[in-house]
Structure formats: structure tokens, C-alpha cells
Design a protein around this ligand. Structure first.
Ligand SMILES: Cc1cc2nc3c(=O)[nH]c(=O)nc-3n(C[C@H](O)[C@H](O)[C@H](O)COP(=O)(O)O)c2cc1C
Length: 193
């Protein structure tokens, strides 16, 4: 299984990216291969100008194509997803998320924007033909303590993230066995004309 994570915050010390780090560690612990992307992995000029053929963008497109699923984190900025996340998603093809399972994560300062994942991120992912978008996790800032070199998540948040990771793995496994079953059916009952 191969998973791509995508951090939508422009900051290097970031609350939303700490959610992603926690989820990545959980996936690693299950021996799942994870490739992480954030703004610093791209040539920023190429990203801003939508240079689809730049090597840093090509590498990202190839990794997404290879991935079974993506974990995407965004801070809530101005009641929506971050601009950084949107420009990164914009360099992917229109159908780039077809056949992918997506686990969305967000952090925000106010519960008023608890539904930002639903009204701002999910429509974009659907437009990119994501096969299955899980309900995701929204974290409030006070659940994520930023220390000098470290970010600490509170227990309730960890519990919700653990549940979301379990659900993500479950859906990925179901899809894999359904794909295998379809393949077996085709092998056992070849259609002849
Ligand atoms: C430019 C900007 C706009 C923000 N707008 C909102 C907002 O509309 N709603 C909200 O709940 N939080 C808002 N916040 C707070 C962030 O969503 C919150 O602090 C988040 O955890 C930051 O994540 P990051 O550290 O990964 O960037 C805003 C923060 C910034 C810097």
C-alpha cells in the first residue's frame, strides 16, 4: 500500500501539518509506505505559474498516480482551505484522484468553521474524481499545543485521529480485496466472443 500526504499550510511549524505527522507515524507503524509533500518540496515559481512539466511537479503527479490513498491537511484560512493547498491541487490533472481514498484533516481557530472540510475541500476533491472521501478530522487550535521544537496533540484529538486512521486502512483494504476479487472473476470466467 502506498500513501501520499499533502500539507496545505505555508508554515514550517504548523498545527495542521502536525495532524499529518501523527497520521503518518500511525501508518508507518502498520508498515504502510508513506510519501510526504509540503510546499517546500516544490519549485515555488513553477507552482505559482502552473508549470505542469517542472520536475518537482512531475514527481508529485507521479507519486499521486501511484498512490492508493492520500491524507490531505489544511489550515482553515478565511473560512476555507489554504491557498497553498489549492495551488498544489491545481497542478494535478482533473481526474488525478480517480480510484483514490482520501482522508482530509483540518485545523482551525474556531468551531464556527468546523465544516470547512465539507463545504470547501470536499467539492474540490470530488471534482478531481476522488473515489471515496472519508469524513475526516477537524482540530481546534487549543487541542494542538505548539512548543519550541515540538507540537503536542491532546488525548481526545489523538483518539479521533486513531479512529480515522483505522477507517482509512479499512477502506483501503476493502478496495484492495474487491479489486482482487474482480480480477479473479475475470481470470476464472474469461469472456469469449
Ligand atoms: C490568514 C489566516 C486566516 C485564518 N482564518 C481562519 C478562519 O477563517 N477560521 C478559523 O477557524 N481559523 C482561521 N485561522 C486560524 C487557523 O486556521 C489556525 O490557527 C490553524 O490551526 C493554523 O494552521 P497551520 O499552523 O497549519 O497554518 C486563520 C489563520 C490565518 C493565519
Amino acid at each position: 500500500m502506498y500513501i501520499v500526504t499533502l500539507a496545505g499550510s505555508p508554515k514550517s511549524v504548523s498545527r495542521s501539518s502536525s495532524l499529518l505527522r501523527y497520521v503518518s507515524q500511525r501508518l508507518h507503524a502498520e508498515s504502510i509506505q508513506v510519501k510526504s509533500y509540503s510546499l517546500s518540496d516544490f519549485n515555488q515559481d513553477a507552482l505559482l505559474h502552473g508549470d505542469f512539466n517542472h520536475p518537482s511537479i512531475k514527481a508529485f503527479q507521479d507519486d499521486v498516480e501511484r498512490a492508493d490513498g492520500l491524507v490531505i491537511a489544511t489550515p482553515v484560512y478565511k473560512a476555507s482551505i489554504s491557498g497553498v493547498l489549492k495551488i498544489i491541487l491545481d497542478v494535478l490533472g482533473q481526474d488525478a484522484l480517480a480510484h483514490k481514498v482520501i482522508l482530509p484533516l483540518a485545523s482551525g481557530g474556531s468551531v464556527a468553521h468546523l465544516l470547512a472540510l465539507d463545504y470547501a475541500l470536499k467539492p474540490v476533491l470530488s471534482a478531481m474524481k476522488a473515489q471515496e472521501i472519508l469524513s475526516g478530522v477537524f482540530a481546534q487550535d487549543q487541542q494542538i499545543q505548539v512548543q519550541e521544537h515540538n507540537v503536542v496533540l491532546d488525548a481526545d484529538l489523538k483518539e479521533r485521529l486513531d479512529w480515522a486512521v483505522g477507517q482509512f486502512q479499512y477502506v483501503l483494504r476493502c478496495r484492495r480485496s474487491a479489486g482482487q476479487a474482480n480480477q479473479d472473476t475475470l481470470n476464472v470466467h474469461p469472456i469469449t466472443y
